[in-house]
Design a binder for this molecule. Structure first.
Ligand SMILES: Nc1ncnc2c1ncn2[C@@H]1O[C@H](COP(=O)(O)OP(=O)(O)OP(=O)(O)O)[C@@H](O)[C@H]1O
Ligand SMILES: [Mg+2]
Length: 528
């Protein structure tokens, strides 16, 4: 039952160029989106993907070039006036990479913001609320339409954005790294929605650094490299290796470095004993040794972030908690992050916005924020700051065309790299990172992994929370798996593999009891 009219919708850019001031970031791009097609855009951090889709959706103006649109009823026509309002009118909807929801509104209000349903006199709040619930149901999300958006975790905010896009009846739906903050499960639900929209004739643009996802849903793949068009290809013709080669312009060496082994006798640098998290009845204990990477796996909401935040004093432990935290044998009771920092512990949160990048400030300024203590307390040595910054730019391959831009004008992935560089600049001995490589392209990921290996070799220790299971497996000496707010198992050596991790993460297996719950209770629903 395809609507053939909609099916032949086309939206193209020709010879598109974009400059910010004197700096050109897109150099003559040609691209055609079609109804019923999922068009993936692929490229390294800073390649120009977000800039391109902001132009398509009217958030940015092109510097040179043409846009052509046809709703399918006639020949494509050149668009002469294009801005966000006109684009939305035409059904072109962008879900931003760096979304910015008005935090004080409720979920239902956000979903219909600018798109309100009116009753005879007032807004029809009841209908909007019911509709909002419907859109969330389609996403199989249990987000409360009455919750205020500010309270929600990032992945829920992303789901709200997607619900909002449904309310807009998009004909061209542009998703800029929607899955960067979603769980695998949430991503799969999103792909089902995308599939349904594709069948209904919508043209979809999908940006992601996760090549498996692109393999799964794309019909066409366009590759950008450094603001240039490399080409557009039928997705079926490209392997993942092809994608990487086209993106990076060279073969990649191995993704993961050799991780240095640690001696049995390595000093315990962090010991957490019997720490009871809020809302939990079982306490958690773990140790981190010098030179070790301890990975943390678990489903979203399993308590990994909560555990680290309790250790760091950003969250209170449960009432009656008798647990303790020791750094190199010394008992500590952090009340704030600066206290942890002075003990050489650095923390990278997964919420980039809450992470203290001052988006309107310059790059060097942002970079030096935490490490001021290293530089003279009274007199900030700008020269030295700049030297350190230059070194970080090289190490982390932070890419920008112009050093004088504000941090907010870095591409999303490059903001993440700047954050990583910033927390490591303070030379912490214990590093706790939560989703460190989110939004970072595969080539740079590899660079970061190699850098982490160097850190370990020089005696740093790392706690790695990541939903990228390949990353956890590829880097960790041991993997702690959390389930319902407790550490349910710690895997070592050959045990560290995906299926085994998932068994623990889903509660099927429990190292404490050495019993597979499946054996006991799995029989009743074991029918195929
Ligand atoms: N407002 C701006 N002012 C100056 N430069 C900008 C601005 N916005 C983007 N840029 C630059 O344009 C280039 C392309 O950035 P863009 O955000 O499009 O990259 P991207 O491909 O989306 O990368 P990522 O994968 O990291 O999200 C970058 O060099 C970026 O710093
Ligand atoms: Mg981007």
């Amino acid at each position: 039952m395809l609507d053939t009219k909609k099916k032949s919708l086309t939206f193209s850019v020709r010879k598109l160029r974009k400059s910010y001031g004197p700096v050109e970031v897109l150099h003559g791009i040609d691209l055609t989106l079609r109804g019923s097609e999922v068009h993936a855009i692929l490229g390294e951090n800073g390649a120009g993907k977000s800039t391109l889709v902001k132009i398509l959706s009217g958030f940015e103006q092109l510097t040179e070039g043409e846009l052509h649109f046809s709703d399918g009823s006639g020949e494509p026509e050149r668009i002469t006036l294009w801005n966000n309002a006109i684009a939305e009118q035409a059904g072109v909807v962008l879900i931003h990479q760096e979304f910015n929801l008005a935090e004080q509104l409720t979920v239902a209000e956000i979903i219909f913001l600018g798109n309100e349903i009116k009753g005879r006199v007032f807004l029809d709040k009841k209908t909007m609320r019911a509709k909002a619930q419907e859109y969330l149901d389609i996403l199989r999300s249990d987000i409360d339409p009455d919750a205020s958006v500010g309270q929600l975790p990032v992945s829920a905010k992303q789901m709200v954005e997607i619900a909002k896009a449904q309310a807009k009846n998009a004909r061209v739906l542009v998703l800029d790294e929607p899955t960067a903050v979603l769980t695998q499960q949430e991503s799969q639900v999103l792909f089902e929605l995308i599939d349904r929209l594709r069948q209904a004739g919508v043209a979809i643009v999908f940006i992601s650094h996760k090549l498996d996802e692109i393999k799964q849903i794309a019909d066409v793949i366009t590759v950008l490299r450094d603001g240039q068009l490399v080409g557009s290809y039928p997705a079926a013709e490209l392997s993942k290796d092809d994608m990487v080669r086209l993106m990076v312009g060279r073969e990649l060496s191995s993704l993961f470095p050799e991780i240095p082994k640690i001696p049995e006798t390595a000093e315990v640098v962090l010991r957490v004993s019997n720490l009871l998290l809020q809302g939990n009845s079982t306490a958690s204990s773990f140790e981190l040794r010098k030179g070790e990477i301890l990975g943390f796996s678990g489903l979203v909401g399993s308590g990994r972030t909560a555990l680290m935040e309790t250790v760091l004093g950003l969250r209170r432990a449960a009432k009656g908690n008798l647990g303790s935290v020791e750094i190199r044998g010394e008992r500590v009771d952090f009340k704030q992050l600066s206290a942890a920092r002075s003990k050489g512990v650095a923390y990278l949160t997964k919420d980039r916005k809450g992470n203290g990048l001052l988006l309107e400030k310059g790059l060097v300024f942002n970079f030096s924020l935490f490490s001021l203590h290293k530089i003279s307390a009274l007199l900030i040595d700008t020269k030295q700051e700049e030297i350190a910054f230059e070194k970080a730019v090289e190490t982390f391959d932070i890419r920008m065309k112009d050093r004088s831009i504000a941090a907010g004008n870095l591409s999303g992935g490059n903001q993440q790299k700047l954050l990583l560089a910033k927390i490591l600049e303070a030379e912490p001995s214990i590093i706790i990172v939560d989703e460190p490589t989110r939004g970072i392209d595969i080539g740079t990921k590899s660079q970061i992994y190699h850098f982490i290996a160097q850190l370990l070799a020089s005696g740093h220790s790392l706690i790695l929370i990541s939903s990228d299971i390949t990353e956890v497996i590829g880097l960790s000496h041991r993997v702690a798996v959390m389930y319902h707010g407790e550490i349910i198992g710690v895997l070592v050596g050959d045990e560290i593999e995906e299926v085994e991790i998932m068994r623990y993460a889903t509660g099927l297996k429990n190292k404490n009891s050495h019993q597979e719950k499946l054996d006991k209770s799995g029989t009743s629903n074991a029918n195929p």
